[in-house]
Design a protein around this ligand. Sequence first.
Ligand code: AMP
Length: 266
Amino acid sequence: MKQFLTQDALKSYLQNKGGSIGFVPTMGALHEGHLALIKAAKAQCEQVVCSIFVNPTQFNDPSDFEKYPKTLANDIKLLTETGCDIVYTPEVDDLYPSGMKNLPHYPLGRLEELLEGAHRPGHFQGVCVVVDKLLQAVQPSHLYMGQKDFQQIAIIRKMLEITKSNVNLIECPTVRESSGLAMSSRNSRLSAEQKTQALAIFQGFNSPSAAAFESALVANGFETVDYVACCDPITLENKPWDERPCQILVAAFIGGVRLIDNQFMP
Ligand code: AMP
């Protein structure tokens, strides 16, 4: 696997390679959820590029940014074992050479007012800024993203429309621990007990009401529930709890760690 630290070096290497490029943007601390995206890209594309970059502009909470787990040496080992061809690991200056002010603004509309958008001001603008920059650097034919971040996929689809990109966005299913807990880099900040308590998210999708789901989270040690919502899977607008089909989406804090998850209810 080749590693590049600058987009210039990455671009000139990729220029001499023909064929399809599958791209997997990540923030590192890689787990099986990320590796499933790499494997999906490998099955469809001639070159697989992964980026590892903890993007400061998408963090609305400075302590979440500071505490974000970093395991670069192990990430590189996992990517190599999984058959990733190229990893791009930039420093902030390489992606933000003119600083982090006066960045583009994407007219995302309603989608960024709902759910994560309401609780994490500016988050999705930061996600769009970095993914747009990464797409310009990598110029992939295919972009792989996980349904674990369900709203993020809808946002990126909208951003691709706004920028008139013709990259193929490929959605990959959420990878879970055998217990049902959705894999997440932030899980490494949980104790064994908190991981067991966090199963209340997976177990809650079949709750009889949003209120019952929230109570179960609180009873299992979650200190704050940002939202438990039953939504239209396309627009993400709220729906009555028992309407089907729907997407149930959850965000809640346990041990100071913010977890999100979602499930399609056919
Ligand atoms: P992150 O490093 O958290 O920014 O995630 C990078 C990509 O991996 C995003 O497209 C995520 O949706 C995806 N991802 C993270 N966790 C999982 C998971 N458990 N299952 C599937 N995809 C995931």
